[in-house]
Design a protein around this ligand. Structure first.
Ligand SMILES: [Zn+2]
Length: 91
């Protein structure tokens, strides 16, 4: 049976195992019997995954900006050959 997460306004979150057909039924807190509302948490994405996801997003962002990564690699870049600006040639 699937596990559903509910939030008691007094005690916080708790889990209930119930048939999928009764997933939307109201739930009562097992501790204080207060009415609890359903918390939608995909079981495949625990709270820990958000940190991993942030790291992956940062890695992806650096892949789009390779210059930032190259500048932090320690070895100095060879002196770039700066071409004369076009205006210097035409005047
Ligand atoms: Zn409670």
């Amino acid at each position: 049976m699937p596990v559903y997460v509910f939030a008691c306004p007094v005690c916080g979150r708790f889990e209930l195992t119930r048939p999928m057909a009764r997933a939307a039924d109201e739930a009562r807190c097992p501790d204080c019997r207060h009415e609890a509302r359903r918390v939608f948490t995909p079981p495949s994405l625990p709270a820990l995954a958000s940190g991993v996801r942030r790291a992956l997003e940062a890695e992806e962002a650096s892949a789009h900006e390779p210059r930032v990564v190259a500048e932090k690699r320690g070895r100095p870049m060879p002196r770039p050959v700066v071409p004369a600006p076009p205006c210097a040639l035409s005047h």
